[in-house]
Design a protein around this ligand. Structure first.
Ligand code: CP
Length: 316
C-alpha cells in the first residue's frame, strides 16, 4: 500500500481497496476523541489552511473541527472575495498557492472550477485536499459516506446502491470511482438532462461494475441496501456563488425519497444525503429508522481527522 504521508487527496480515481480500509481503520482509532468531545495534541505542531472559493457548511467546518480535535492550528478563508483571488486582481491559483504553502502544512481547497485543486497541487509543496471542485469530485464527502455505510451495514460488499439526483454532481462522480473497489451494484436515477458524463460511466465499465440507469425511484427502491440521494433542484457548481433568490421549482416524484416510498424499501435499508437538501428528501423522513445523514456529520469530522493524521504523517 502506498504511504499517505504528504499525499494529495484530489480524487478517488486511484484509491485502492486496501487504502480505503486503512483510512477506515484510522477513523476507528481516532473516533473516540471526537465522540468524547476532546481535543488532543497529535497535530499540535501543524497548521491547516482552508481555501474555500465556494460556500460550505459541512466540508470546511468539519475539516477545521478535525484539525482542532487533533490540536493543530487553523487559518484560511471562507470567501475568496476577501482575498486578492476574488477582487480586482483575480490572483491565479499558482500565485495564491505559492503564498498559502508557507502559511501551513496542508491546504484544504474548495473551488468552482473543476481541476482547481489539481492545479494547486502542481505548485504546492504541501498536500492539497480537494473539498469539492466545480462539477468535478468530492473525495472527502464520499469517503465519509463509505465509512458511514461500513459502520451501519458492517460491510461494503454485496450491497445494492440506489443513487438518485443530479448525475453531474461531484459526489456522483466520486461514487463512480469508489464503487469500482467494492462488490457494489448500483441503480442510478438521474433526470435525462442531468445524466452522468460518459467518462464516469467508462470508469465503471472498465472495472466491470454492475449498474443500470432507471427513470423512477419506485422501480428500484425495493432492491436498495443504501439509498444515496442528492438534489435535482441544484445550484450551478461552476459559479463561486448562486443566490437562492430565483424560482427553484419542485423535485419530480421520480427523484424524491419520501416516507411513503420507504414503505416499499427493505426494512434495514439506509438513506444517506451529503446535504444541503431541497424538497427531494422531506423532513418527515428524518425520524424514520432509515435516516443516516445526521450521523454522517459526526463521521465527517472523524474522516477528516483520519486524513489529516495520515497525510501529515502522525499515522502510517
Ligand atoms: N456535503 C457538502 O459538501 O456540504 P457543504 O457544501 O456544506 O460543505
Amino acid at each position: 500500500m502506498r504511504s499517505f504521508l504528504g499525499r494529495d487527496i484530489l480524487s478517488l480515481r486511484d484509491m485502492e481497496r486496501a487504502e480505503y480500509f486503512r483510512i477506515f481503520q484510522v477513523c476507528d482509532e481516532l473516533a473516540p476523541i471526537a465522540r468524547d468531545r476532546r481535543n488532543t495534541d497529535l497535530l499540535k505542531e501543524k497548521t491547516l489552511v482552508t481555501a474555500f472559493y465556494q460556500p460550505s457548511t459541512r466540508t470546511r467546518l468539519a475539516t477545521e473541527a478535525a484539525m482542532h480535535r487533533l490540536g493543530g492550528a487553523v487559518t484560511g478563508f471562507a470567501d475568496a472575495k476577501m482575498t486578492r483571488a476574488g477582487d480586482f486582481y483575480q490572483e491565479s491559483i499558482k500565485d495564491t498557492v505559492h503564498m498559502l504553502e508557507y502559511y501551513g502544512d496542508v491546504i484544504a481547497m474548495r473551488h468552482f472550477q473543476q481541476g482547481a485543486p489539481a492545479e494547486a497541487a502542481k505548485w504546492s509543496t504541501v498536500p492539497i485536499i480537494n473539498c469539492g471542485d466545480g462539477w468535478g469530485e468530492h473525495p472527502t464527502q464520499v469517503l465519509t459516506d463509505l465509512y458511514t455505510i461500513l459502520k451501519e451495514k458492517g460491510t461494503l460488499d454485496g450491497l445494492n446502491f440506489l443513487c438518485v439526483g443530479d448525475g453531474r454532481m461531484r459526489t456522483m462522480h466520486t461514487i463512480a470511482h469508489a464503487i469500482t473497489q467494492f462488490d457494489i451494484e448500483a441503480n442510478f436515477v438521474f433526470p435525462p438532462e442531468m445524466a452522468m458524463m460518459q467518462e464516469y460511466v467508462d470508469v465503471m465499465d472498465a472495472h466491470n461494475v454492475k449498474y443500470s440507469f432507471v427513470d423512477h425511484v419506485e422501480k428500484v427502491i425495493a432492491d436498495a441496501d443504501v439509498i444515496y440521494i442528492e438534489p435535482v433542484v441544484q445550484a450551478d457548481y461552476t459559479k463561486s456563488r448562486d443566490e437562492g433568490d430565483v424560482e427553484k421549482g419542485l423535485t419530480p416524484p421520480n427523484y424524491k425519497i419520501t416516507k411513503e416510498l420507504m414503505r416499499k424499501a427493505k426494512p434495514d435499508s439506509i438513506i444517506l444525503h451529503s446535504l444541503p437538501r431541497q424538497d427531494e428528501l422531506p423532513p418527515d423522513v428524518d425520524s424514520t429508522r432509515h435516516a443516516r445523514y445526521w450521523i454522517e456529520a459526526f463521521n465527517g469530522v472523524v474522516m477528516r481527522m483520519a486524513l489529516l493524521a495520515l497525510i501529515l504523517g502522525k499515522m502510517e
